[in-house]
Design a protein around this ligand. Structure first.
Ligand SMILES: NC(=O)c1ccc[n+]([C@@H]2O[C@H](COP(=O)([O-])OP(=O)(O)OC[C@H]3O[C@@H](n4cnc5c(N)ncnc54)[C@H](OP(=O)(O)O)[C@@H]3O)[C@@H](O)[C@H]2O)c1
Length: 240
């Protein structure tokens, strides 16, 4: 296992349930953490809870491509010659509605955050990693990036797209020592589900802490190879 001490770890979406829990684990492993979130107040609360200075937090709307590039540049500068070792993209929006209720705006928003936002992060961080010939990028396509579900047309479109994009980029990065890991998570009990109108058993879901632990584990994967993918889903709902 790789030690996280002094590694530079960026967590985009640190204000979310999984991102916040991960930030604590990574900070406790003595990594230097750089956190982004869209909600400035929530980001302040997370930074306080995790115990990092506001210098290492960045308010960022991932749907704004030039803002993502500018933030990535700031973080690349802040990490100096060592650069960013690990990027975890824990941003995401869960728009789950049947086609009858789904609007064009819903569909676009899903793609803007879950797919195009992830693309912007790649554009911001991959060049530095390629130059240094090292880096690990972890994304969370979720099981709905591999299998369909009623009401998930917008979400699955974004996550299947994410899956395809990352696997294609992986082909390009194979010889650069920049590694890509995809975590296919099933239902995880976070605020993600608060606005979703669907009967689910949240008490049977994976907890945010345990989902974060699986990512923390992936951050420490052996450097001689790559964990290309991992699946973690609730016992009672094994979708893939
Ligand atoms: N929960 C699940 O069941 C589950 C299952 C499979 C995969 N996943 C994936 O896991 C990841 C984390 O989900 P979660 O459960 O932790 O959800 P969450 O608690 O709702 O957190 C979502 C995060 O995404 C950020 N975000 C949303 N829109 C954004 C935007 N336009 N710009 C920047 N950030 C934005 C939120 O930032 P603010 O709060 O600051 O707005 C928040 O940090 C997502 O990719 C999700 O698709 C979740």
């Amino acid at each position: 296992m790789e030690n996280l001490q002094n590694k530079n770890v960026v967590i985009a979406g640190a204000t979310g349930g999984i991102g916040h829990a991960l930030a604590k684990l990574v900070k406790n492993s003595r990594a230097n953490v750089y956190l982004t979130g869209r909600d400035a107040e929530a980001l302040k609360r997370v930074a306080k809870d995790v115990g990092i200075s506001s210098d290492q937090t960045y308010v960022l709307d991932i749907t704004n491509h030039s803002e993502v590039l500018a933030t990535a540049e700031q973080i690349n500068q802040a990490t100096g010659e060592q650069g960013v070792d690990i990027l975890v993209n824990a941003t995401g929006v869960g728009i789950i509605k049947p086609l009858d209720d789904l609007t064009f705006e819903d569909f676009s928003n899903s793609l803007d955050v879950n797919l195009k936002g992830a693309f912007s992060l790649l554009k911001g961080f991959v060049p530095g990693m390629k130059k240094r010939k090292q880096g690990l990028i972890i994304n969370l396509p979720g099981v709905l990036g591999k299998t369909p579900m009623t009401g998930a047309s917008a979400y699955a479109a974004s996550k299947y797209g994410l899956n395809g994009m990352l696997k294609s980029v992986r082909e390009e990065l194979k010889r650069t020592q920049v590694r890509i890991t995809n975590l296919y998570l099933g239902g995880t009990d976070t605020a993600f589900w608060d606005t979703i109108d669907m009967r689910v058993q949240r008490d049977k879901f994976v907890t945010a802490d345990e989902a974060a632990r699986s990512i923390w584990f992936l951050c420490q994967q052996p450097s001689s190879g790559v964990v290309s993918e991992m699946v973690l889903q609730p016992f009672n709902h094994q979708a893939i």
